[in-house]
Design a protein around this ligand. Structure first.
Ligand code: NAD
Length: 322
């Protein structure tokens, strides 16, 4: 079937991609330094003969070269996520997300991989107020993290034009689902709220709760990675795609759904009140993707709305966190 290198394979998205492609019969190499990923995310794969773990950093070029040996496809997920983390420590975010990305591109180019698919980000839309977001119209970045993700796109574009390596960037919009980490200072909003509500604590919304996001279930992201990896449409390569549902949900509605689905397991959760704090620096009010480009060029068809994605994610958290 082929061999895939998944960088960041011990993280949320990377471990889900690993599970999917191992089940399909691919060989999977994981390169991860466990800075934000977890051993429990990959434990189930370790006994699979088609799985290989390389513990190391994308900041080391030799490690990247070792990882891409005899690899057909790269799904590059390793990065330091989180806007607040990059505001607190822009240098480390830049080292991993920009220099590490460049190392991986160089290694993939030299190994002549068939395709380099990488995790880009909706943060690249920056201060652009237009909705829905279309790939060709971006604003100015609002955080160091957003800069790093935009620089990835610029490097991928230049590498495809200069060296002929086939690259596709997937601008992920607020991904959620099984194995997303609910712990730590930089936890994403959905697992954080689920954990707090399960512990009968009030979740805190930054602002009034009318900000909205195009929350995207992990299975839609897996689908986009597979389509990007395998497309034989020459017009579909060397570009970027919104990876989203094409629908937006306010923070207030999000909490409503989470409470509704958690209450099926513990009815007391329906009475927990939300608290509100100030808006966060660097947060844009609304985010909504146009998914037309992915539909037209890749044949993308999201399998999960936010509601049915949340229902599945909450079942997973209930079974695994309780
Ligand atoms: N989750 C989202 O909503 C979202 C949105 C937009 C973009 N993204 C991007 O998707 C990718 C995956 O994100 P995630 O949510 O799975 O995050 P995650 O933190 O769960 O996974 C990232 C993985 O990369 C690994 N990693 C970090 N630095 C590394 C290094 N120097 N060398 C090797 N491995 C390293 C971590 O240990 C972790 O396993 C990232 O590139 C992120 O920027 C995620």
């Amino acid at each position: 079937m082929g061999k895939i290198l998944i960088t960041g394979g011990a993280g949320f998205i990377g471990s889900n991609l690993t599970e999917y492609f191992l089940n399909k019969g691919y060989e999977v190499v994981c390169l991860d330094n466990f800075s934000t990923g977890h051993r429990h995310n990959i434990e189930a794969f370790l006994k699979n003969p088609n799985y290989k773990l390389i513990e190391g950093s994308i900041c080391d070029l030799e490690t990247c070269k070792e990882a891409v040996e005899n690899v057909d496809y790269v799904l590059h997920q390793a990065a330091l996520g989180s806007v607040p983390r990059s505001i607190n420590d822009p240098i480390t975010s830049n080292e991993v997300n920009v220099s590490g990305f460049l190392n991986m591109l160089v290694a993939a180019r030299d190994a002549k991989v068939k395709r380099f698919v990488y995790a880009a980000s909706s943060s690249t839309y920056g201060d652009s107020a237009s909705l829905p977001k279309v790939e060709e119209v971006i604003g100015k970045p609002l955080s160091p993290y957003a800069i790093t993700k935009y620089v990835n796109e610029l490097y991928a574009d230049v590498f495809s034009k200069t060296y002929g390596i086939e690259c596709i960037g997937l601008r992920y919009f607020n991904v959620f689902g099984r194995r997303q980490d609910p712990n730590g200072t930089y936890a994403a909003v959905i697992p954080l709220f689920v954990k707090q509500l399960m512990n009968h604590q009030s979740p805190k919304i930054n602002g009034t709760g009318d900000y909205s996001r195009d929350f995207t279930y992990i299975d839609n992201v897996i689908q986009m990675n597979e389509l990007a990896m395998l497309t034989d449409n020459p017009e579909a390569i060397n570009t970027v795609y919104n990876t989203a549902v094409g629908d937006r949900t306010t923070l207030n509605d999000l909490v409503h759904y989470i409470k509704k689905y958690l209450s099926e397991y513990d009815e007391q959760i329906s009475n927990i009140e939300v608290i509100h704090g100030p808006n966060r620096v660097g947060d844009i009010p609304h985010s909504l993707a146009s998914i037309e480009k992915a539909q037209n060029l890749l044949g993308y068809n999201p399998s999960h709305t936010i509601e049915n994605g949340l229902k599945e994610a909450i079942t997973w958290y209930w079974e695994n966190l309780k």
